[in-house]
Write a protein that binds this ligand. Structure first.
Ligand SMILES: Cc1cc2nc3c(=O)[nH]c(=O)nc-3n(C[C@H](O)[C@H](O)[C@H](O)COP(=O)(O)OP(=O)(O)OC[C@H]3O[C@@H](n4cnc5c(N)ncnc54)[C@H](O)[C@@H]3O)c2cc1C
Length: 320
């Protein structure tokens, strides 16, 4: 997920042309040019006609994918709405009983609504639920004061529907692909970072060490805190999570202020370490300070900011 200005701009720009075609061209253009997308798409396509296999009750069950990458919009019913913070909610949708979304780690999807005047409003979102669980999926969405999609979905009720299409592969992750990963994010930028944490934590065979550096305005704004703390407490040697807030209450035990180069130098693996990778997702100021912005959905751009100063190269950093 790029919350970076450039990524937002490109998604906006394409949505002005023709929502349907433009978003698919983001995905298919990416498939043509970016090895990450190629591998991701291949992984999706490779699983037998968009079927996935999941171990249920110790038996292999073939699961159909609801989103087939065929450019079709699928209407899905809202089954649960949960408030996470003052401006962020979790929206859970129903899938047909034995189907998964059809996304691989890590991917996002597109959501659409049509305004009363007939304009398409299309935005990418990143599921935070287990991508292999059939019958349901969850996204977390932040509402901005003038945000079109955010205000639309915050006005919906259980049993209303939203149109989705995808998948849009991002970084293709497989177990033990890296020795260690560093995740740096802010606000709803946790969504794709949480997908990675989920991929590692749900697989006992995945020994990848995970360090998360996660910034928010206040302690109440920390999204998925309970889930993150549970994962960390089960395996503190493998998962080390560092929470930052701008405004700390008197009993705050985490870090106060922004994620800095000096803090990363002390607490993240060095850039010289073998087979390590850093993932970044957050608002534009976070990208500016930590990694530099993406140029476009298919061009990661140079690494600048704190990570560049710490010696990390383009090959070691992925900006969602
Ligand atoms: C690949 C990808 C994955 C994403 N995944 C998620 C996700 O899982 N959850 C989620 O909540 N969002 C996610 N986003 C952002 C999301 O797609 C929308 O951009 C966001 O929800 C705002 O849409 P909107 O229609 O409500 O606001 P818009 O109508 O697009 O914007 C309204 C106002 O809000 C401001 N604004 C919009 N987005 C931001 C921002 N990120 N930071 C600061 N100001 C902003 C705009 O400048 C504008 O003034 C993702 C984005 C990308 C590119």
């Amino acid at each position: 997920m790029s919350f970076a200005a450039n990524a937002l701009k490109s998604f906006r720009a394409v949505s002005k042309i023709s929502a349907n075609r433009a978003y698919s061209s983001v995905a298919s253009g990416a498939v043509k040019t970016n090895p990450a997308y190629i591998a991701g798409a291949a992984a999706v396509a490779g699983v037998a006609g968009f079927c996935m296999y999941s171990s249920l009750a110790n038996s292999k069950v073939a699961l159909e994918s609801t989103l087939k990458g065929d450019n079709a919009w699928v209407d899905l019913k809202l089954s649960k709405i949960e408030t996470l913070s003052s401006n962020t909610k979790e929206f859970t949708f129903e899938l047909p009983k034995d189907e998964t979304l059809g996304l691989t780690y890590t991917s996002c999807l597109l959501a659409k609504y049509v305004t009363p005047k007939g304009s398409n409003v299309i935005r990418p979102y990143t599921p935070i639920s287990d991508l292999d669980t059939p019958g349901t999926f969850t996204v977390l969405i932040k509402r901005y004061e003038t945000g079109k999609f955010g205000n639309h979905i915050f006005g919906l009720n259980v049993n209303d529907t939203v149109s989705f299409k995808g998948p849009i592969p991002k970084y293709p992750y497989t177990a033990n692909k890296h020795n260690e990963i560093g995740l740096i994010g802010g606000g709803t930028g946790i969504a794709p970072l949480f997908q990675l944490i989920r991929a590692v934590s749900k697989n006992p065979a995945d020994k990848t060490k995970v360090s998360l550096f996660y910034g928010n305005v206040s302690e109440d704004d920390i999204l998925l805190k309970k889930e993150l703390e549970e994962i960390q407490s089960k395996n503190p040697e493998q998962f080390k999570f560092h929470f930052f807030v701008d405004k700390a209450g008197s009993d705050w035990k985490g870090q106060t202020g922004f994620i800095t180069k000096d803090y990363l130098k002390e607490n993240l693996f060095p850039s010289s370490a073998d087979n390590v990778h850093v993932f970044v997702c957050g608002p534009p100021p976070l990208y500016n300070a930590i990694s530099g912005n993406k140029v476009s959905p298919t061009d990661q751009g140079e690494v600048t900011g704190a990570l560049a100063e710490l010696g990390f190269t383009k090959e070691q950093v992925f900006k969602f």
